[in-house]
Design a protein around this ligand. Structure first.
Ligand SMILES: C[S@@+](CC[C@H](N)C(=O)[O-])C[C@H]1O[C@@H](n2cnc3c(N)ncnc32)[C@H](O)[C@@H]1O
Ligand code: SF4
Length: 387
């Protein structure tokens, strides 16, 4: 039994589909029976709690989709239900993702009274033309107004931005980021654009209508530089905070490979059962999910030690907390020649270690994908890489 875990609630609806987005989200085209949805979320949570019981919840995260489209009472009911089931830590973080134009000051105050204490706002860009290109429904003035309004109600505000967009230069991005970081926020998630094949943006790039993102490391380097100049420290490859107290608890649980309960269409969970991690994916289709949740049965995939090793590395190397060497199965680390590989990373200043944990340096983080690939490739001759 793992003692701490987090809860993720996936609300799949959005006002419309953004051109770059490959998350399971669909435009709200019809009336939604919120009472039915609430009953189903509660039923799934209760069933998961019974089957995979953890001691404590350190955070609840309402993500999506656009959970700020939910009626406030719905959020309050879910928070109450989670609190009824689980013990929660006194300073549990409760985050709600919000899109500008979908949350009012009044709603925010009600949400706060229900325990929500962190708002993550999808700003994405402060350039109107780019917001249109990305398929966002708001302009930059509306996004800024939303951030300012929310900051009068919540102390812990985060914004999401996407950089290395088609036709963007690093100088333009640096100026835009500078402006964004002067908003009243404590945290920001800065994502380098991923061109997802099946999206509208993917198609526009494929046909040459838009230019592909640059593959230069300069965007990432400028991002860290501008963030630092504005007092934001990078504590994960996409996450920056003004102070340690504003590090996102929820995401940290992923990077530390703690358990999490994901509930909703397309949501994923990692839970400990009999000392092993199991992966559970809920069906990414709203009609099927609603039917399934009438009597939820979970298709568990028991993760092998190798799967677990890879996931631990993929998640852990992203963050300043690094990977806990004691948590890695010795036979697996031998199979992957981990000791020798880590020594090479340390020697080249790609990582630091105190013998308990390994943490990538900034140079290492800028080569994250390469390093992950290097560490998750099995060595040809195990015997030559004994630990
Ligand atoms: C799942 S979305 C939900 C947030 C919220 N619905 C919104 O869009 O404002 C979380 C964040 O992932 C980022 N994101 C989504 N697709 C992306 C992509 N293809 N490349 C980079 N970042 C992406 C966006 O910054 C977005 O705010
Ligand atoms: S980026 Fe956010 S608002 Fe846009 S479609 Fe994806 S989940 Fe919905």
């Amino acid at each position: 039994m793992s003692s701490v875990s987090t809860v993720y609630i996936h609300w799949p609806y959005c006002i419309s589909k953004c051109r770059y987005c490959d998350f399971y989200s669909i435009p709200c085209a019809r009336d939604i029976d919120h009472t039915r949805w609430l009953t189903q979320y509660k039923a799934v949570l209760s069933r998961m709690y019974t089957l995979y019981h953890n001691d404590k919840i350190t955070s609840i995260y309402f993500g999506g989709g656009t959970p700020s489209l939910l009626p406030t009472w719905f959020v309050g009911e879910i928070v109450d239900h989670v609190h009824q089931l689980f013990e929660h830590t006194a300073n549990a973080e409760i985050t709600l993702e919000a899109n500008p134009l979908t949350i009012s000051a009044h709603e925010a105050r009600v949400l706060k009274s229900y325990g929500v204490n962190r708002i993550s706002i999808g700003v994405q860009s402060l350039i109107d033309m780019d917001l249109t290109m990305l398929g966002r429904t708001h302009n930059s003035a509306q996004a800024i107004r939303c951030v300012r309004e929310m900051s009068e109600i919540f102390e812990n505000i985060s914004i999401d931005m996407i950089y290395n967009r088609p036709h963007q230069t690093t100088t333009e991005w640096a100026a835009e980021l500078d402006e964004a970081l002067n908003l009243p926020i404590m945290h920001t998630s800065l994502y380098e654009l991923i061109v997802e094949e099946k999206t509208e943006l993917g198609e526009l790039i494929r046909t040459g209508e838009l230019s592909p993102p640059s593959d230069s490391p300069e965007f990432f380097e400028r991002t860290i530089e501008v963030a630092a100049k504005n007092g934001f420290e990078m504590y994960e490859v996409s996450s920056f905070a003004k102070h340690e107290q504003y590090h996102c608890h929820h995401n940290q649980s992923y990077w530390k490979y703690e358990d999490y309960y994901g509930v909703g269409p397309g949501a994923h969970s990692r839970l400990t059962k009999g000392g092993n991690k199991v992966a559970i994916a809920q069906v990414a289709n709203i009609d099927e999910w609603l039917l399934w949740s009438e009597d939820p049965h979970f298709n568990e995939e028991m993760l092998s030690n190798e799967d677990e090793y890879k996931e631990r590395l993929i998640m852990g190397l992203r963050a300043r907390t690094g990977i806990d060497l004691h948590a890695i199965d010795e036979r697996i680390s031998t199979r992957y020649g981990l000791k020798n590989k880590l020594e090479k990373l340390l020697k080249n200043d790609y990582a630091v270690s105190d013998g308990e944990c390994v943490i990538l340096t900034q140079t290492g983080v800028s080569r994250l994908n390469l390093i992950v690939r290097y560490l998750t490739n099995r060595v040809a001759h195990e015997s030559s890489n004994q630990q």
